[in-house]
Design a protein around this ligand. Structure first.
Ligand code: DGY
Length: 324
């Protein structure tokens, strides 16, 4: 009888998301009410764990990896991998996989939803109705920003950036973009410009870069102050790409028209955080990929990475720069 490899899952997934992994591995799962890589049931089997299915909430560094002496594959249920110390994985020969491609549309949809919510002041309108303050229709009340004819600046023209560009063009926006690495010809999606042009010309700036040493706090006080007066910042990438204190400051002095954020720094954002008291700020709790279809597809890719890695094959979706 062959023994199945032990795979630790740091946050429970719906059973039907796991596919073949359920039969191919002996699964040990953190409880729903106490998720995490160091949850008791996982720690109890740590010496046997060969595969890890983690989320962006799990910081996977050298100290954590040392708890799992037989670990061969880390598979994160996310496209972002800034929570994983790749050098520590490389030093231990641990393969690292992620879930690119399958959350492009869900995240792009949310970026547009946030932009529209901010531009048309939707949360404020909902609050008005809920509080019984609807009142008389007034010509000069509830006025927002129209998207047609405005310029959207996309920082990071990868898959998600391009998907947002296409949606924005359907709304009649002109789209400019900066990209960090040469990619496919953006064709009609966007016009490539330099960062300064993008920041100073755009009515809306939408962030689509991964969090790296280069992008951490790239949206700082200088960046925000150079944005057009009344412009809107949209962030569905990573909270730490933006200097939160600087954002609070520029919003408080009325320089920006608003901020639409699915990711924040810190995350979760405490309910008494100054950002939440500012007008024109719309915040959702990191739900860019939160559709059933997308999460199921992410789980499929994460399971495929584990199955391949545990069988000694190259991962189908390796993290760039990590051993695959
Ligand atoms: C990711 O995958 O990195 C998103 O932030 C969450 O789905």
């Amino acid at each position: 009888m062959t023994t199945r490899p032990v795979v630790a899952i740091t946050d429970p997934l719906p059973e039907d998301f796991l596919g073949d992994l359920e039969h191919a591995a002996d699964l040990v799962c953190a409880p729903a009410d106490a998720p995490g890589v160091l949850a008791d049931p996982i720690v109890a089997r740590a010496a046997a764990v060969e595969g890890l299915l983690c989320t962006l909430e799990d910081r996977i560094d050298g100290a954590v990896l040392d708890r799992f002496p037989r670990l061969r594959v880390v598979s994160t249920l996310s496209v972002g991998f800034d929570h994983i110390d790749l050098a520590a994985c490389r030093a231990r020969g641990i393969a690292v996989g992620h879930t690119p491609g399958v959350l492009t549309d869900a995240t792009a949809d949310l970026a547009m939803a946030l932009l529209l919510a901010c531009a048309r002041r939707i949360p404020e309108g909902i609050e008005t109705v809920r509080r019984g303050r609807w009142g008389r229709w007034r010509p000069a009340r509830n006025l927002g920003i129209e998207l047609r004819g405005k310029t959207l600046g996309i920082v990071g023209l990868g898959k998600i950036g391009r998907a947002v560009a296409r949606r924005a063009r359907a709304f009649g926006m002109e789209v400019v973009a900066v990209r960090r690495t040469p990619g496919p010809d953006p064709a009609d999606d966007a016009r490539i410009v330099d960062l300064d042009t993008l920041v100073t010309r755009s009515h809306v700036v939408s962030l689509h870069v991964p969090l790296t040493a280069d992008t951490r706090r790239m949206v700082d006080a200088a960046f925000l102050s150079r944005m057009r007066p009344g412009a809107v910042l949209v962030n569905t990438a990573r909270g730490a790409v933006v200097d939160t204190n600087a954002l609070v400051e520029v919003l408080a002095r009325g320089h920006l028209g608003g901020a639409a954020l699915d990711v924040t720094d810190p995350e979760p954002l405490p309910p008494d955080h100054p950002l939440l008291r500012l007008p024109g700020v719309v915040v959702t709790p990191h739900v860019g990929s939160a559709t059933r279809t997308t999460r199921r597809n992410m789980a499929r890719l994460a399971a495929a990475n584990l199955l391949a890695g545990l069988a000694g094959r190259p991962l189908p979706h390796p993290v760039p720069g990590a051993p695959g």
